[in-house]
Design a protein around this ligand. Structure first.
Ligand code: ADP
Ligand code: MG
Length: 221
């Protein structure tokens, strides 16, 4: 497979080295290797199939645009992010795939030993595409949100980001712990951005019995 991908671990941070055979799945941060062919659009009708296929043509990378995948757990945000990252790898784009939490921990650790600038470059200039998975699962302190602001700001109009989150944009001030910082991040991220807001059931719970367990019981008439 053409070059190349890099990635960081959710548990440990060093990025995997680029190699011609790598895909995002070679990174421990990438939870699975799934393609668009494996995505069941019929199961998730709120996903704009035409937009996804358009994104897979990768013009957004040349335009330095971002992709925001929003929705509750299990609706396929990470699947679509991985699939788009694979498309990018296949056309020779360098991709860095990381969970937000891992990125923040890596930056904080580097900051503690005076190596923040060097570490920031791992997420800003070293890849043409950065995939930030699971934004919003953990609230960030102001200092942590500031790291994220640096990354988003450095990539703004220079290189693309794919971002997945279970939180709606209105919840971001809460997640980022600071309204001004949240607005600054939001502003840059959304200025040139394709948004896929997915609403639907978790694919993990597609089994009816599991779905029934997850749903509140029907109200009596
Ligand atoms: P999210 O990131 O939204 O929590 P994931 O992308 O991790 O969800 O999806 C959970 C699991 O379900 C993964 O194994 C993924 O491949 C699968 N999945 C989710 N949606 C679909 C779909 N529409 N078609 C096929 N597989 C799906
Ligand atoms: Mg996910």
């Amino acid at each position: 497979m053409p070059p190349s991908s890099t990635g960081s671990s959710k548990k440990r941070s060093p990025p995997a080295k680029s190699a011609a055979s790598e895909t995002p799945s070679s990174s421990p941060a990438c939870p699975f290797l799934k393609t668009l062919d494996q995505f069941d659009f019929a199961f998730q009708p709120s996903v704009d199939r035409a937009l996804v296929l358009d994104l897979a043509a990768l013009a957004f990378l040349a335009q330095k645009e971002n992709v925001l995948l929003l929705g509750p757990p299990g609706v396929g945000k990470t699947h679509l992010a991985v699939a788009l990252a694979i498309c990018a790898c296949q056309q020779g784009t360098s991709v860095y795939f990381t969970g937000l939490d891992a990125m923040i921990r890596a930056l904080a650790a580097a900051d503690r030993v005076g190596k923040l600038d060097a570490k920031l470059r791992s997420y800003t200039t070293k890849s043409q595409l950065l995939v930030l998975d699971e934004v919003g699962y953990q609230p960030l302190s102001r200092a942590e949100a500031n790291y994220l602001f640096h990354v988003v700001s450095a990539r703004y109009e220079r290189s693309s980001l794919i971002w997945t989150s279970n939180k709606s944009v209105t919840e971001w001030p809460e997640v980022f712990g600071d309204r001004a910082l949240a607005t600054a991040i939001l502003d840059r991220l959304l200025h040139h951005c394709h948004v896929l807001a997915i609403q639907g059931h978790s694919y993990r719970l597609r089994d009816r019995a599991l779905a029934a367990l997850a749903s509140p019981p029907p109200r009596p008439n």
